[in-house]
Design a protein around this ligand. Structure first.
Ligand SMILES: [Zn+2]
Length: 72
């Protein structure tokens, strides 16, 4: 489940919530229970640094360590 950040239009508070696909309209503010919330674009969680790790780990041809920095 993706983690989204929401902003409440009524009380102005921000909160994060795990939302299933298609259930974004069911999200309510945690402070005032208002349904008038706005989904914010998350600055993290998309893409991530995982692909970076994979790329750097494959550069070592002499060992299978994923954090190899000593065998060269
Ligand atoms: Zn609110």
């Amino acid at each position: 489940m993706p983690l989204y950040e929401f902003s409440c239009r009524r009380c102005g508070c921000r909160f994060e919530s795990l939302v299933r696909l298609g259930e974004e309209k069911n999200v309510r503010c945690r402070s005032c229970q208002s349904e008038d919330v706005e989904k914010l674009l998350s600055s993290f969680g998309i893409g991530g640094g995982r692909s970076r790790l994979t790329t750097s780990s494959s550069s070592c041809g002499t060992c299978t360590s994923k954090s190899c920095s000593t065998c060269r």
